[in-house]
Design a binder for this molecule. Structure first.
Ligand SMILES: Nc1nc2c(ncn2[C@@H]2O[C@H](COP(=O)(O)OP(=O)(O)OP(=O)(O)O)[C@@H](O)[C@H]2O)c(=O)[nH]1
Length: 574
C-alpha cells in the first residue's frame, strides 16, 4: 500500500516554477549587490584618489607660483608693484590652505594626515606673517624712496657744487694773472695758497659726492657705515680747508652745511639707506622662509601624488581582483542556479511528473499489447494516481476479455482463435530457431452415439474430463491444449520431435482409457476412447501452417480408418 501523501501535479509544477523564479531572483539580487559594491569601490577610487591627486597637483602648482612671487618680492620698485605682489602672495596662501584642507579631509593614512596638519599650521603661521611683511616692505620702500630723493638732491648739489667751485677756481686763476701783471708778489703768494686750498676743497667735495653716490648702490650695512665714516672724514677735511682759507666768503661753509644736512640726523641718506636695506633684508628673509615653506609643500605634495598614484595602483589591483571575484561569484551563482534548475526539473519534472507519466504510458501500452501481468506504476501524483487506478480497472477488464477471447467456455482450455495465433507464432519461432514443432490432433471416438445415448449434458461432462486428462499429461509450460472444433482438440508441443509427440499422444490415449467413461456404443470395451494423429514440422521444411494441420488431420483420419483408439503418425511419403 502506498503510504505517500498524494500531491496535485498542478501544485508541483507551480512550486517548481516558484523555486526556479526564486533562484533567479536570488541570483539576480546577488549580481546586483556585487555590481553595486564594485560601483561604490570605483566611485570611491575616483572621488577620493582622483580628487586627491588633482588637489595635490594643484597645491604643488600653487606652491611653485608662491615661490616665484616671493622671489619677485625681493625686487620691487614702486608701491603699486609691492601691493600687487603682496596681494597675490595672500591669494596664493589662501589657495594653498584651501587645497591642503581638502587633502587633509581626504587623506586616511595617519602619518600623511599628521604631516598635512603640520602643513596647515605652517600655512596659518605664514598667513599671520603677511601684515608684518606688508609693514616691512612698506617701510623699506618708503626709506628707499626717501633715500632716492636725497640721492637725486645730492646729484643736483654735486653738479652745482662742481660748477660753482670751478667758477671760483677760474676767478682765482684770472686774479692770479692780474697780480702777475701788477707784479704783486704778496698777492701772488696769497692767490696761489687760496688756489691750492680751493682745489683741495673742490677735489675733496667731488670725492665726497662720489662716496654719497656709492651709498645708492650699496647692499651692505657695513659698507654703508664705512662710506659714512669716509664721508665724515672728508667733510671734516673740507671744514679744515675752509678754516685755513681765511676767507670771509660764506659759500664754502654753506656747501658744507647743505652736505651735512643730508649726511647727519635721522632722515639722512645713510640712515634711510640703512633702514631700507634692513627692512628689505628682514622682509627678504621672511620671503625666503615662505619660499622654503612653499618649496617644502611642493615637495610634500609631490610625495602625496606619488603616494596617491601608488594607492590608485593598489586600488586598481584590488578592483581587478574584486572584479575577478565578482565574475567567479556570478559564475558560481550561475552554476548553482543551473544546478537548482536541474535539481528542480529532475525532482519535480523528471522524477515527480515525467517519469510516472512515462511509466503510466508504458503500462497502458503493455495492457494494449495484452501484457496483462504488467506491474502498475506507483506515484504520489494525485492525477496520475487516479489514472493508474482507472488503468488497473481497465487491466482487470482486459484480462477478463482476453481470457474470454482465448478460452473455450465449455472445457476451459484454449479455443480455436488462440490456437490459430499460437500455432503461427510457434511455427515462426521454430523456423527462426531451427527447432522442431510437433502437433497432436485427437478426436473422441463415436461421440455422436455417446450424445445420442447419454445426452448432451453428459457429452459436455465427458469432454471436460478428457480435457482435464489432457492437461494433466502436459509437462512443459510451453505445451498448449486447445479445442480445435466440436469434439476435436489439438496439442501444440514446441521443440518436440515426432517420437516424443507420439509418446505423449499414446500416454493421452491411455489416460483417457484409464478414465473408464462408460460408452455402451463404443467398439472398445464399452468405454470412451480417442483417436490421435501426430505430425511434426522441422527445418528445412517450408513455413506452412495449413500444410502442417493437413498432415496431422490426415494422420488422425488414418487412425479413425484403422479402427479408432489409436495413434497414427504422419509420414511424408515423398
Ligand atoms: N455433447 C456435446 N457434443 C458435441 C459437442 N461438439 C460436437 N458434439 C457432437 O460430437 C458428434 C460428432 O459426431 P461425428 O462427427 O459423427 O463423429 P463420431 O460420432 O465421434 O464418429 P467418429 O469420429 O468417426 O468416431 C456430433 O454428434 C456432435 O453433436 C459438444 O460440445 N458437446
Amino acid at each position: 500500500m502506498n503510504s505517500k501523501r498524494l500531491t496535485s501535479l498542478k501544485y508541483k509544477i507551480t512550486l517548481a516554477f516558484y523555486i526556479i523564479l526564486g533562484m533567479a531572483i536570488v541570483n539576480g539580487i546577488i549580481a546586483i549587490l556585487l555590481s553595486q559594491k564594485l560601483k561604490t569601490e570605483i566611485e570611491q577610487l575616483v572621488n577620493s584618489e582622483a580628487v586627491k591627486v588633482t588637489t595635490a597637483l594643484q597645491l604643488a602648482k600653487n606652491s611653485e607660483r608662491l615661490q616665484i612671487i616671493t622671489t619677485e618680492l625681493n625686487h620691487y620698485d614702486t608701491e603699486e608693484q609691492r601691493l600687487t605682489l603682496l596681494k597675490e602672495l595672500t591669494t596664493q596662501w589662501e589657495y594653498l590652505l584651501k587645497d591642503t584642507k581638502v587633502l587633509f579631509s581626504l587623506e586616511t593614512t595617519p602619518n600623511t594626515h599628521q604631516a598635512l596638519n603640520r602643513t596647515i599650521d605652517t600655512q596659518l603661521y605664514f598667513q599671520q606673517q603677511l601684515p608684518l611683511l606688508d609693514t616691512l616692505t612698506d617701510s623699506a620702500l618708503q626709506a628707499k624712496l626717501q633715500a632716492q630723493n636725497i640721492q637725486a638732491n645730492l646729484a643736483g648739489m654735486s653738479s652745482a657744487f662742481s660748477d660753482e667751485i670751478q667758477a671760483q677756481l677760474n676767478l682765482t686763476h684770472e686774479h692770479f694773472h692780474l697780480l702777475l701783471e701788477q707784479k704783486n708778489l704778496d698777492g701772488i703768494s696769497d692767490n696761489l695758497n687760496q688756489h691750492q686750498a680751493l682745489s683741495a676743497y673742490f677735489h675733496q667735495g667731488e670725492h665726497l659726492f662720489a662716496l654719497l653716490e656709492e651709498v645708492k648702490n650699496s647692499q651692505n650695512i657695513v659698507e654703508i657705515n664705512r662710506l659714512q665714516r669716509e664721508a665724515m672724514r672728508l667733510l671734516i677735511q673740507m671744514e679744515e680747508i675752509v678754516a685755513s682759507m681765511h676767507t670771509s666768503d660764506s659759500i664754502y661753509l654753506e656747501w658744507l652745511s647743505q652736505i651735512k644736512q643730508n649726511m647727519a640726523g635721522n632722515d639722512n641718506l645713510f640712515e634711510l639707506s640703512r633702514n631700507a636695506l634692513k627692512s628689505t633684508q628682514i622682509a627678504n628673509a621672511h620671503f625666503g622662509f615662505q619660499a622654503k615653506a612653499a618649496q617644502e609643500i611642493a615637495t610634500f605634495t609631490q610625495e602625496l601624488v606619488d603616494h596617491a598614484e601608488e594607492e590608485i595602483k593598489i586600488a586598481g589591483t584590488n578592483l581587478k581582483s574584486d572584479s575577478t571575484s565578482f565574475v567567479i561569484l556570478i559564475f558560481c551563482g550561475g552554476i548553482l542556479y543551473c544546478f537548482f534548475i536541474w535539481l528542480t526539473s529532475w525532482h519535480f519534472m523528471a522524477k515527480g511528473i515525467i517519469k510516472p507519466v512515462i511509466a503510466t504510458r508504458d503500462a497502458m501500452n503493455a495492457i494494449a499489447n495484452e501484457k496483462l501481468d504488467t506491474q502498475m506504476p506507483t506515484t504520489d501524483n494525485l492525477e496520475l494516481q487516479q489514472m493508474v487506478s482507472s488503468l488497473e480497472t481497465l487491466k482487470t477488464y482486459a484480462a477478463q476479455v482476453k481470457t474470454m477471447a482465448e478460452t473455450d467456455g465449455l472445457t476451459g482450455c484454449y479455443n480455436r482463435r488462440y490456437l490459430d495465433n499460437q500455432i503461427l507464432k510457434e511455427l515462426s519461432y521454430a523456423n527462426d530457431h531451427n527447432m522442431p514443432l510437433s502437433i497432436v490432433m485427437f478426436d473422441l471416438d463415436n461421440f455422436k452415439e455417446f450424445n445420442d445415448q447419454y445426452g448432451h449434458v453428459n457429452g459436455d461432462q465427458c469432454l471436460r474430463q478428457i480435457v482435464n486428462a489432457a492437461k494433466s499429461i502436459l509437462q512443459r509450460p510451453t505445451d498448449i491444449l486447445a479445442r480445435y472444433g466440436g469434439e476435436e482438440f489439438m496439442l501444440l508441443l514446441p521443440s518436440s520431435h515426432i517420437e516424443d509427440a507420439y509418446k505423449i499422444a499414446e500416454r493421452l490415449r491411455e489416460t483417457v482409457i484409464d478414465l473408464h467413461i462408460i460408452h455402451q456404443g463404443s467398439s472398445h470395451s464399452g468405454i470412451v476412447t480417442i483417436s490421435l494423429g501426430v505430425a511434426c514440422w522441422q527445418p528445412p521444411e517450408s513455413f506452412d501452417v495449413n500444410k502442417l494441420i493437413s498432415h496431422v488431420d490426415e494422420a488422425l483420419y488414418r487412425a479413425k480408418l484403422a479402427g479408432r483408439n489409436r495413434t497414427e503418425v504422419f509420414i511424408d511419403a515423398r
